[in-house]
Design a protein around this ligand. Structure first.
Ligand SMILES: Nc1nc2c(ncn2[C@@H]2O[C@H](COP(=O)(O)OP(=O)(O)O)[C@@H](O)[C@H]2O)c(=O)[nH]1
Ligand SMILES: [Mg+2]
Length: 363
């Protein structure tokens, strides 16, 4: 899929890069499309447009479909914008083709944002390409970051593995739940408890919000109890790979607590995951959300956890790029040669293993 100069308003790759660096949002949009489509040379383009990556704070917003993530993201974006930030939003829907309801809904709801200077919105859907959505979404976030957006919001459906991977690429992850249909339990099942740095009980204008807040607090306490079992007292920090909120569990608390020298008192490493009530449609609770996100970022910075998270995310990304490349090459090799093998394979003369062996030696 080469970019035809005749239809390419940027005059090829160097023109695109120049326009991107000069701050053209059309160039940014084009670069994201190239990445999303995995057009020829997309990785080289990303490589060239990496300078300054890591300046933006990345905020993941996840939760079940219909919880109000898009509405909340739009409100948060506007508030951040009013505070002087430049905001990029990536709305990821792994299942929806462009005709799909959710994505279409996002597009319409967020359309007004698109014309607001300083806010850039982009929907992404999986097109069945190699490498998965998490990688592409991270790459789109990287582009927004290097372009100069200092806040990047990633909205994902919190229902599958790749969404959790996207959440893991964020500095702060907001889990949005609604006071309906056992959302609390669902969150537990989907592994959302582990990734949450903040909870929003959205649609707090409906009955049951206070109860859901209590449920989440109980689940937090249960998690904290498990996490602390077998851990010496006064170890305020717990670090375990893949347990993002596990590190932030408060230790001690008994009446016989004694301060030991060097023990952190009200240590910034203790991040107590807040549970906020929001009404996204009215913007209620969004100011608190923004304030808590700031607090969380301060806590991340103070504890060194920001660096640790970003290092983890970078390693994850590198591995995913590696796997994507291997997958792309393997599938191309298969497409080139499968006709040779097809009959033997289907009639059982050769096994799939023998075919793969031969393909790998040909590469
Ligand atoms: N009553 C009420 N409805 C809301 C609230 N937030 C969002 N909605 C509505 O819930 C529906 C789904 O919202 P959307 O943002 O698309 O959810 P998403 O699928 O999580 O992105 C829309 O009709 C919203 O207008 C809220 O706080 N209260
Ligand atoms: Mg949405």
């Amino acid at each position: 899929m080469r970019v035809d100069r005749a239809v390419d308003p940027f005059g090829g790759r160097s023109g695109l890069i120049e326009a991107f660096r000069a701050g053209s949002e059309r160039a940014l949009a084009r670069a994201i499309s190239i990445v999303e489509d995995q057009s020829a040379g997309f990785e080289a383009l990303l490589d060239e447009l990496r300078s300054g990556v890591g300046s933006a704070r990345r905020i993941g917003i996840t939760g079940p479909p219909g919880a109000g993530k898009s509405t909340l993201a739009a409100r948060l974006a506007r508030r951040l914008r009013n505070a002087g930030h430049r905001v990029g939003i990536i709305a990821v829907d792994p299942t929806s083709p462009f005709t799909g309801g959710a994505l279409l809904g996002d597009r319409i709801r967020m359309a007004e944002l698109a014309v607001e200077p300083g806010i850039f919105m982009r929907s992404m859907a999986s097109r069945g390409s190699a490498g998965g959505l998490a990688t592409a979404a991270t790459e789109a976030a990287d582009l927004m970051d290097t372009f100069g957006f200092d806040r990047v919001i990633l909205e994902t459906l919190g229902v599958g593995q790749s969404e959790l991977e996207i959440a893991a690429a964020a500095d702060s992850t907001v889990v949005v739940l609604v006071p309906e249909s056992g959302d609390g339990i669902q969150a537990m099942k989907a592994g959302l408890m582990e990734v949450a740095d903040l909870f929003c009980v959205n649609k707090a204008d409906r009955p049951g919000a206070a109860r859901l807040v209590k449920e989440i607090e109980v689940m937090k306490a249960i998690r904290a109890g498990y996490a602390l079992r077998g851990v010496p007292r006064h170890h305020a920090r717990l670090t375990s790979p893949g347990e993002r909120s596990g590190w932030a569990v408060e230790a001690g608390g008994g009446s016989d607590d004694v301060e030991h020298p060097g023990d952190p008192i009200a240590s910034p490493s203790v991040w107590d995951v807040p549970v906020l009530e929001t009404v996204a449609t009215e913007g209620r609770g969004v100011a608190e959300l923004m304030a808590k996100l700031d607090d969380h970022f301060l806590s991340l910075t103070a504890t060194g956890e920001l660096q640790a998270r970003r290092e983890r995310a970078l390693l994850d990304q590198t591995v995913r790029i590696l796997i994507r490349g291997a997958e792309t090459r393997a599938l191309a090799a298969w497409e080139r040669t499968k006709d040779e093998f097809l009959e033997d394979l289907l009639t059982g003369r050769v096994s799939p293993y023998a075919v793969v062996r031969q393909l790998s030696t040909q590469e």
